[in-house]
Design a binder for this molecule. Structure first.
Ligand code: HSE
Length: 443
């Protein structure tokens, strides 16, 4: 078996992850050959900057500027797509599949939006599309969900799956820094997407969550149904009050099975400080998975960076190499469930989501105001978990004229909460727009 000639791989795009993959594959080639049963070699690289590509890969590897030359090469069995985005990358992935190549990709945006089309094309052609690197970088969460947890009926997943926003929230909390300052630092460290709005607006996390949800519940990928809210509106006061109440604020991707559908949502979230996931700091990622048999499992590691992401790319290369000659029927399905056994369980609108809330109201400091506010919650059948009031001098409001009231609720339906929030906002004693942040106990 190990005498077989190495499988040949073509790489499209040799940026940070591409060069990391090339280097790790070279450095660990002997271990990888022993694991895969044959050698795995990147023999051809396409990059628009062919001089830079040549500098990275040296003289032994064929370097071209035209990605289609890689796809057209009959010696190449696996194409790694590391271009990113949904433009040329989509066309090249579909062309590679049509040419009978297996594809390894880190492109979460592409799979979250066009995964159904790409997986269908790959199944029809009998080739694999592997995407461990698309979600949470070096954490083998796709492998865990598709294979390790395959006995379970998954109940929910909650993850910190964007390093940039976790880094920003950690720095804001620990060092009291402003959002803009920390974002620049995250960009400098290379965590951020080329368009950082994808990070801070929650889009990158939603791309990844869409893939996790599809694999967990056996539903099609439906990025367009995801609720997406980023961290740009979060204030230092809320991070501080959350701390005083025993919580930390994280940008979570949450997908949960309800009796009538699946929740699919990314938003800032209060998490109890006593949970392990609340202590995931900096650019690290972590994913909690709740299965009916296994209970709660937690996966933690680097969600970005050259070598952590290369670790996932190469794991896919090894998987594809091992299964290259296997009957396609015997491979693990792309989305974990057999393509003809996907469920039509709908993605629920946000108004149907069940969660609890942190509310912060800047109110006039007068008799009866708290009773008015809590009365609205009581009328709607929303139960209060905790109330905190801060005096004007503590909140920096006009002396003795206003105060911050913070309310934590128990679980309720988001649609009902929206109606109560509109009523609260209309109270004359409520002086500023109400801050609402969702809260998950993750128990
Ligand atoms: N921009 C992403 C992050 C990189 O911050 O996590 C990995 O997908």
């Amino acid at each position: 078996m190990t005498d077989m000639k190495p499988i040949q791989v073509g790489l499209l795009g040799i940026g940070t992850v591409g060069s990391g993959s090339f280097q790790v594959l070279q450095r660990n080639q002997e271990e990888i050959r022993r694991r895969a049963g044959r050698g795995i070699e990147i023999t051809m690289v396409a990059d628009l900057d062919s001089a830079r590509a040549r500098h990275i890969v040296g003289p032994q590897v064929q370097v071209v500027s035209d990605a289609r030359a890689v796809i057209a090469n009959p010696q190449i069995d696996i194409v790694i797509e590391l271009i990113g985005g949904c433009g040329v990358a989509k066309a090249l992935v579909l062309e590679a599949i049509a040419a009978g190549k297996h594809v390894v990709t880190a492109n979460k945006a592409l799979l979250a939006q066009h995964g159904d089309e790409i997986f269908a094309a790959a199944s029809a052609k009998g080739v694999m599309v592997a995407f461990e690197a698309a979600v949470a970088g070096g954490i083998p969460i796709i492998k865990a969900l598709r294979e390790g947890l395959t006995a379970n009926r998954i109940q929910w997943i909650a993850g910190i799956i964007n390093g940039t926003t976790n880094f920003i929230l950690s720095e804001m909390r620990d060092k009291g820094l402003d959002f803009d300052v920390v974002l620049k630092e995250a960009q400098r460290l290379g965590y951020a997407e080329s368009d950082p709005s994808f990070d801070i607006e929650g889009v990158d996390a939603a791309h990844k969550l869409t893939l996790l949800s599809a694999i967990a519940f056996g539903i099609p990928v439906q990025f367009d149904r995801a609720y997406v809210e980023g961290i740009t509106q979060l204030g230092a006061a809320d991070i501080k009050y959350a701390g005083q109440l025993g919580y930390r604020i994280k940008l979570l991707g949450i997908t949960k099975r309800q009796h009538n559908g699946v929740e699919l949502r990314v938003h800032p979230c209060l998490v109890p400080a006593k949970r392990l996931i609340a202590h995931v700091e900096g650019a690290m990622n972590a994913v909690l998975v709740q299965g009916d048999a296994v209970g709660t499992t937690l996966y933690y590691g680097k969600g970005a960076g050259a070598e952590p992401t290369a670790s996932a790319v190469i794991a896919d290369l090894v998987d594809v190499t091992r299964l290259h000659t296997a009957d396609p029927q015997h491979r693990v399905p792309h989305l974990a469930f057999q393509p003809d056994a996907l469920s039509d369980l709908p993605v629920l609108p946000m108004s149907e989501v069940i969660t609890s809330y942190y509310l912060r109201l800047r109110v006039a400091d007068q008799a009866g105001v708290l009773a008015q506010v809590t009365g609205l919650l009581a009328n709607a059948g929303i139960s209060i978990d905790a109330v905190l009031q801060r005096q004007a001098d503590e909140v920096g409001g006009a002396a003795a004229a206003s105060t911050d009231v913070i309310i934590l609720t128990h679980d309720t339906r988001e649609g009902g909460m929206n109606a109560v929030l509109a009523q609260m906002q209309a109270l004359p004693a409520v002086l500023e727009p109400i801050t609402r942040i969702r809260k998950e106990e993750l128990s």
